[in-house]
Design a protein around this ligand. Structure first.
Ligand code: FHN
Length: 559
């Protein structure tokens, strides 16, 4: 019996090794001779970079659930920063049931011409649609498996084809989101089992990427997600497929292993100011990426416009997400926000498209600026402006004219002869105006002085400010702990959502501030011991990469 077992293990090990070696050689056989010079790279990036504003679309079988399964809302914190498109995994939906949902995914109202037009009217110049998200379901006609719109759904029409055709027709750059590293439905890495880099999965991905890159004409963007940086060969394989079939196509940073064409911020965040290079920030209109019928946490149109402006001032493209309904329509709240954005872009687009961001690592208290090198105009974006005159230290060019972009009103300005320090007098402006931009016509090129540049350090731009959980520590292991209780997410002083009896895993770090109750007086300390089964309030960043901000003991007296 023992010998048999050993033989079996040996066979497994050998076949695993063969598969492993083979999958690497497979990867290498895809390598192309693709090379490009520095200037070819910049010209390949130009149209996408000039576009500045794009639309992200998360759509698939998950949309049929609207974020809810058996009465539980899976579109919020309780399930680890989950979002509605994670429902198959988070709610642990049985495969057969999910297959039924796919069968019923029948988007009869899907009208790609209307989708593309809405994006265009909003001032967007590119779109990225989830051709395959983590649940592995292909919205396109794929021969790689039957888990796709043609075979697994009653709809039986390729959803990608109409989308690409319309983008081409309406002059929109076209992109595919493709979850390369996570595929919960593929039996080689079911659910969230670690991706084995098996030859079989590599083959599957190769077939699908080839389909996406050869069946639909020109594809401008391949947007990969949740990479494993250590799967270098696999990531290279994906890149080589793109280079082989669509050499002009742009690849995002989330391919992993530093193989992307540009860098991106995290989810729902605007990139930090000052860094050079091609960048993209991505944002949801509400909490979720995928359609969630319980998610009412819509950002206002003004907030979204501000995010566009902030992003572009930081030299970054901005991609705004929509989660279409299972029937294939955009929810009315998305539509109204797109409309407002379109109206604003119509007037202020000159300050957005084809511009460069401010070179400064800090910003002004009133906002920041973009620059168009061709028209030699600087655009001051007043996104934090609350009234009064402004100064724009560090912009040293001589100014020929200053005016509001929305109504052409000429503005008085003053530059002192020596340092050119720029001061602009601004009229009192009614509060109902959307974000305003001042155009400056320069006499020559843009000249900036990093020493004199702005000194305001803006807070990190994320869709929430912080989360706070008030509850009991359930598990405590060194620096890691789990706390169970009631959670609120806060944005600009407002509780934007709350959840009761939720569990959150957190870990301590050097930056935590502590507050204790000493005989009724709250004092700050450098630290104190935490205890299981005792109550605390923990304030922490919604960004998983950022530390806990503060722990407050709720005991009458600190131990
Ligand atoms: O897990 C996904 C998530 O569902 C969504 O697609 C976002 C969009 O950037 N990307 C992943 C998480 O980073």
């Amino acid at each position: 019996m023992q010998t048999k077992n050993r033989t079996y293990v040996l066979v497994l090990v050998i076949s695993f090794l063969l598969g492993y070696i083979d999958c690497f050689s497979q990867a290498n056989t895809e390598a192309t001779d693709w090379k490009e010079s520095e200037s070819e790279y910049h010209s390949r990036m130009k149209e996408w970079n000039d576009a500045r504003l794009g639309m992200f679309l998360h759509w698939g079988v998950y949309s049929t659930y609207g974020g809810e399964y058996q009465g539980t809302d899976y579109g919020k914190e309780a399930h680890g920063n989950a979002s509605a498109e994670w429902i198959y995994l988070r709610a642990n939906i049985p495969d057969e049931e999910y297959r039924k949902a796919a069968r019923n995914f029948n988007p009869v109202q899907y009208d790609p011409a209307e989708w593309v037009k809405m994006a265009k009217d909003a001032g967007m110049k590119y779109i990225v649609l989830t051709a395959k998200h983590h649940d592995g379901f292909a919205l396109f006609d794929s021969k790689a498996s039957d888990w796709n719109i043609m075979d697994a759904s009653d709809y039986k029409k390729d959803l990608i084809k109409g989308y690409v055709d319309e983008c081409h027709k309406q002059g929109m750059l076209v992109g595919f989101y493709y979850s390369h590293n996570q595929d919960w439905f593929h039996h080689a890495s079911p659910r969230q089992a670690p991706h084995p880099q098996s030859m079989e999965y590599n083959e599957f991905v190769k077939i699908q990427l080839k389909e996406l890159l050869t069946q639909y004409g020109k594809i401008d963007i391949l947007w990969f997600d949740t990479p494993n940086n250590e799967h270098i060969e696999f990531n290279r394989l994906c890149v080589s497929m793109v280079r082989k079939y669509q050499p002009e196509c742009i690849i995002n940073a989330r391919i992993g292993s530093n193989l992307g064409d540009y860098v991106g911020g995290g989810d729902r965040a605007v990139v930090e100011p000052g860094k050079q290079g091609y960048k993209e920030s991505i944002m949801t209109m509400r909490l979720n990426w995928g359609y969630d019928r319980n998610d009412d946490f819509w950002k206002s149109s003004d907030e979204l416009i501000t995010l566009v402006s902030q992003s572009v001032c930081r030299g970054s493209n901005f991609m705004l997400n929509i989660g279409p309904t299972p029937l294939g329509t955009f929810p009315p709240e998305d539509r109204s926000r797109l409309k407002a954005l379109g109206e604003w872009m119509e007037i202020n687009g000159e300050a957005i498209y084809s511009t460069e961001g401010s070179p400064f690592p800090k910003e002004y208290s009133w906002g920041s600026f973009t620059f168009n090198p061709e028209t030699r105009r600087v655009f001051l974006h007043l996104y934090s402006w609350t009234g009064g005159n402004i100064t724009a230290d560090g912009i040293d060019s001589r100014i020929a004219k200053a005016y509001f972009l929305d109504n052409g009103e000429i503005l008085e300005y003053n530059q002192d002869g020596v340092s050119n320090n720029l001061k602009i007098s601004l009229p009192v402006v009614s509060k109902d105006k959307r974000l305003r931009i001042i155009a400056l016509e320069l006499e020559g090129d843009l000249v900036t002085d990093p020493v004199k540049g702005p000194d305001y350090i803006p807070p990190r731009i994320y869709h929430l400010n912080f989360k706070k959980i008030v509850g009991t520590i359930k598990k405590l292991d060194n620096c890691e702990f789990e706390i169970q209780g009631n959670l609120v997410a806060v944005k600009d002083g407002i509780d934007i959502y709350q959840e009761n009896e939720t569990t959150v895993k957190l870990s301590l770090n050097d930056h935590v501030r502590y507050r204790v109750n000493k005989n009724g007086e709250i004092i700050r300390t450098l630290g104190f011991d935490l205890y299981e089964d005792e109550k605390y309030a923990v304030v922490y960043s919604p960004n998983p990469d950022e530390p806990i901000l503060e722990i407050i003991t709720l005991l009458e007296d600190a131990k």
